[in-house]
Design a protein around this ligand. Structure first.
Ligand code: NCD
Ligand code: ZN
Length: 344
């Protein structure tokens, strides 16, 4: 049994840091593990301009603890009204991607795109500029069962989008189904996917074990076991099309433990540790470095990080809660024992 594993410092290609006082907690957790992160723009109001993204980046950098190096990679939130000219400004300012939320698909997505046809000129500009398109791949049609919304998205939106923009680099974010894993595996090199740690570790039973478990609720929602297995297969198979994106998405505990609980699991406090656990369970620790540290930079046209981290098989207990501004944040696995820990 491997007792320790040293890998290139990983990156998180899908992360929600939030803003204001929350950054003290969220940035410290991510920066202790990851060299870079793709920062999601779904603030209230959303980050829709280059100027807003650069201001947000400065607030994130100000929250990086002394002694740690962490580079936030910024994104813009696509709306029906994003001016085409904003793409050139974004590119010049080092913004790497735009995020497509179908309107109403998830937390803070009300400003999202109502019809893909409305953003075609922007997608064309992105394709030319080499900005990545990050897609929340779920239809919002209330007639579609919530467990089927990702698979239906492939047919209704992803395949037509791909045909219209064959050179656009697309990340199918936080995939949760066998259908999405197969779609990405079978598509050309311009399509990739991120996979979260919680979708590798849990199936939808986790939502209902011994009662309703709001801290396991995220979107896209956890799926049945066969889908979890397909995701593990994709993540551990060595394909450069799949890479790490935690989708760590903090909410105040009182809004998760609520009659209408918020979607989002907070995993940044133990993210690479949970991925190590999932890869270990699959007998694929040797594939963790590619997934966590190499495939993502390659897709984004960046060099891997220079440094490394070491993970040890050494049980530890995750804290029960963290400060989150004036509120309390309960992470996934709060108070539980985790088998892998990151060496200081
Ligand atoms: C995310 C959030 O809270 O911002 N929630 C989630 O369940 N993943 C939004 C998102 O990425 O869908
Ligand atoms: Zn997300």
């Amino acid at each position: 049994m491997t007792g320790a594993l040293t890998i290139r410092r990983p990156d998180d290609w899908h992360l929600h840091l939030r803003d204001g006082a929350a950054l003290a907690t969220t940035v410290a957790h991510s920066a202790a593990r990851f060299g870079r992160a793709i920062v999601m723009p779904n603030l209230r109001p959303p980050v829709t301009t280059t100027a807003q993204a650069l201001d947000y980046k400065a607030r994130i950098l100000a929250a990086v603890p002394p002694g740690l190096a962490f580079e936030p990679l910024m994104t813009l939130y696509l709306t029906d009204n994003l001016p085409v000219a904003e793409i050139a400004r974004a590119k010049a300012a080092g913004i790497v991607a735009c995020k497509l939320y179908p309107a109403g698909a998830t937390t803070n997505s009300d400003a999202g795109v109502t019809d893909l046809r409305k953003v075609e000129p922007v997608l064309e500009a992105m394709q030319r500029a080499g900005l990545r398109l990050l897609v929340h791949g779920e239809v919002t049609d209330p007639a579609v069962d919530i467990f089927d919304r990702e698979a239906v998205f492939i047919e209704r939106q992803m395949i037509p989008l791909r045909q219209r923009f064959p050179e656009l680099k697309i990340v199918f974010e936080h995939i949760t189904t066998r259908e999405a894993a197969q779609y990405v595996a079978g598509s050309d090199a311009h399509t990739a996917a991120t996979i979260t740690a919680h979708h590798l570790l849990y199936n939808r039973n986790a939502l209902f074990t011994g009662g309703l478990r709001p801290h396991y609720y995220c979107l896209p929602v956890l799926k049945r076991e066969a889908h979890r297995q397909a995701l593990v297969h994709a993540a551990t198979g060595g394909s450069p099309k799949f890479f790490l994106g935690t989708d760590s998405a903090p909410h105040p505990a009182q809004l998760k433990e609520h009659a209408s609980g918020c979607a989002g699991c907070y995993t940044a406090h133990a993210a690479i540790e949970m991925y190590a656990e999932a890869f270990d369970a699959a007998g694929a620790l040797d594939k963790l470095e590619g997934f966590a540290s190499l495939h993502g930079p390659a897709f984004y046209g960046l060099a891997p990080n220079a440094g490394s981290i070491t993970l040890r098989r050494e049980p530890w207990t995750a804290p029960g809660h963290f400060a989150f501004g004036d509120a309390e944040l309960k992470p996934l696995r709060a108070g539980e024992t985790l088998p892998w820990r990151i060496a200081e």
